[in-house]
Design a binder for this molecule. Structure first.
Ligand code: GTP
Ligand code: MG
Length: 611
């Protein structure tokens, strides 16, 4: 059984503060920097390391140019070799020493980038998960699970890659090119300027490429999310696929998305190919300039042979970063598209959240529920779902809600724990508007068994104790008894330790409903809301549940949605809803006397025997 530890609670508290403090959405890089909390200095050391090891690349051409000029060519070469052989060896040793040192720096530098990027990834992933957890129903209706999964996996990895590789490559290119430029200038200003004249040409290529590639990456990211959504929906809804023998259709549908994603990937990769010839041309131009201008300066005696070799030996330090540009720009744009998606969630705020000074205390609510002229319409809907609903449930009373499918019953009860906000009127609990309570406090006082039962991949015990992980096994068993679930659980091979699969696979509909009822009762709520919770339970068991609900060892107001008269007839008040309005209300006897919808229902279900 999984129980929430103190440490987990502590993590929860700090994450909550964090999530609430993040409000204004900054630029992408600034956002990255804010998430480097605690490792900014280390990252700066990493960048410094990049500059150092790239600067050190110049040592090899420097030493080789000295060796060539002083010991291999030139008039005094033979003399120097005879008299200063020690310097010759020292230069070679320095060349090897610097190379080894450089390799070591590269090794530790890469490690720094990796560590920092993983730390940032960990932090952002936790914040994202935290944000997603705290969102309201509107958010879940808006975002598809596959898309959200893409954000916390693929998109987040693009963010990590930015820190671990792209930024390093940018600094590497920058430091290599600038160090080479400085060294070129130091050797021969004129030749350096001739070579660096290719700069503006290259800049033009970058600007054009960037313009073309940015939308491609945004599209690529959408295609990936689309493919993940199809896969996720199919895997979780596989039983429906099987029931309708639609495997081939679904495989083809996935194949379409997969192809689409592949083609977009190829198209994105090929975009660089359009620009590559220009880059390659510019890179080769470097060599031509060097040969022409360098040769000329050499003949004129303005350049030594050693310097010419050093110039030539370093052209790669300018040409290579140029060739890497496509890769870097690609990855940068991938980061841009992905980070936008990640930041959407990072900076999202639930519409339904605690007011300032919201009410919360240790005492239990009494459970008086009052709807005062409540109206409601879904944000994405264009018709009112609830119209002028008014009723009161006194503490301990049972209110039954009946009505044909789609009349608004579930929508009504979802307003009590503030899953949605009423668009008109007020919902009061113990005389206080639900909006004035802290959400946590309000929801802790409500036990809800939803219409669609969702159990976790956990033991039955863990599922029942989900709302209150502190309760002991005896209590879990007691609540299971109230819900008439103990019998079948005890018969299972591992009893309460039996692991139920995702969504409660391995249990019947009625068994799942009973576990869900036990879970709702286990929080000892002040208000118990049951949405069609016993619809799949046989009549005998249902009778037993009805009896147990009357004998609970704590007081609670019960709001029960049901279709069966047998479930509702003993309620203190029965509300009949039609098209979002309460059209009849009263006790079983009163409603039968009225001779309306309820009386018809009684006739239909009981053949008039209860009349
Ligand atoms: P049953 O559970 O079938 O008995 O129906 P119900 O009485 O619980 O109906 P519910 O409250 O679920 O729905 C009432 C109306 O709201 C229906 O017309 C639904 O189509 C609509 N509705 C439910 N959920 C949503 C939603 O998330 N968005 C929008 N726009 N409409 C919704
Ligand atoms: Mg419903």
């Amino acid at each position: 059984m999984k129980r929430v530890s103190e440490k987990e609670k502590e993590i929860e508290r700090s994450l909550m503060q964090l999530a609430q403090s993040t409000t204004v959405r900054p630029g992408r890089i600034k956002w990255l920097i804010t998430n480097m909390k605690g490792c900014k200095t280390l990252y700066l050391i990493g960048i410094l390391g990049t500059f150092i090891y790239n600067g050190m690349q110049l040592t090899v051409p420097y030493f080789s140019s000295r060796i060539i000029d002083d010991f291999l060519t030139g008039e005094s070469a033979v003399n120097n070799m005879a008299l200063h052989r020690d310097i010759f060896y020292a230069l070679i040793a320095a060349m090897i020493g610097f190379t080894i040192l450089r390799v070591l720096i590269v090794y530790f530098d890469c490690m720094i980038y990796e560590v920092v990027s993983q730390k940032v990834l960990y932090r952002v992933r936790n914040i994202l998960y935290d944000k997603i957890q705290r969102q309201d129903m509107v958010f879940y209706n808006t975002y598809r699970t596959g898309d959200l999964m893409t954000r916390v996996t693929g998109d987040l990895d693009a963010v990590r890659h930015m820190l671990a590789w792209v930024i390093r490559m940018i600094f590497e290119a920058f430091s290599l090119v600038s160090a080479t430029a400085i060294y070129y200038m130091y050797m021969n200003v004129k030749l350096a300027l001739c070579i660096l004249a290719v700069g503006p040409l290259l800049f033009g290529v970058i600007v054009l490429f960037n313009k073309k590639i940015a939308p491609m990456h945004a599209l690529l990211r959408e295609k990936l999310a689309e493919m993940n959504t199809v896969a996720q929906e199919n895997i979780s809804g596989n039983r429906v696929v099987k029931a309708f023998a639609r495997e081939i259709y679904e495989i083809e549908r996935f194949d379409e998305c997969n192809k689409d994603y592949r083609d977009t990937n190829i198209k994105t990769a090929n975009t660089w190919l359009d620009f590559y010839p220009y880059v390659e041309f510019t890179a080769n131009l470097l060599r031509v300039i060097l040969l022409l201008a360098g040769g000329l300066f050499l003949i004129k005696g303005e350049l030594t042979m050693g310097e010419f070799v050093a110039f030539s030996g370093l052209t790669w330090a300018i040409a290579n970063p140029m060739r890497q540009l496509g890769n870097i720009m690609n990855e940068f744009q991938r980061f841009a598209a992905a980070s936008d998606k990640v930041m959407d969630i990072y900076y999202s705020k639930a519409h339904i959240r605690d007011k300032e000074n919201a009410i919360s205390n240790d005492s239990r609510l009494k459970g008086r529920v009052e709807f005062r002229d409540v109206s409601f319409q879904y944000e994405d809907g264009n018709l009112p779902v609830l119209k002028h609903i008014s009723f009161t449930a006194e503490p301990g009373q049972t209110i039954a809600i009946m009505g044909e499918t789609g009349c608004g019953k579930t929508s009504l009860i979802h307003l009590i724990p503030r899953f949605y906000e009423a668009t008109g009127g007020e919902i009061l609990i113990d005389g206080v508007n639900v909006e004035d309570y802290k959400l946590k406090y309000l929801r802790e006082n409500i036990g809800l068994a939803t219409q669609e039962v969702l159990l976790y991949s956990d033991s039955i015990d863990g599922n029942i104790a989900y709302g209150d992980s502190s309760i002991k096994r005896e209590q879990v068993v007691r609540f299971a008894r109230y819900a008439s679930a103990d019998d079948f659980i005890a018969k299972m091979p591992e009893g309460y330790e039996t692991i139920v699969g995702e969504r409660g696979v391995g249990l019947s509909g009625g068994q799942k409903q009973r576990i869900s009822l036990a879970r709702a009762l286990a929080v000892r709520p002040s208000i118990l809301i049951l949405d069609d919770t016993t619809s799949a339970v046989d009549l005998e068991t249902e009778k037993h549940i009805q009896q147990s609900l009357k004998e609970l060892d704590f007081e609670c107001t019960k709001i029960i949605i049901a279709q069966r008269i047998s479930t509702t007839k003993e309620a203190d008040q029965i509300l009949i809803m039609q098209h979002g309005e309460i059209t009849e209300r009263g006790t079983h006897e009163e409603l039968i006397k009225k001779g309306g919808y309820y009386a018809d229902l009684v006739n239909l279900q009981m053949g008039g025997e209860a009349v």
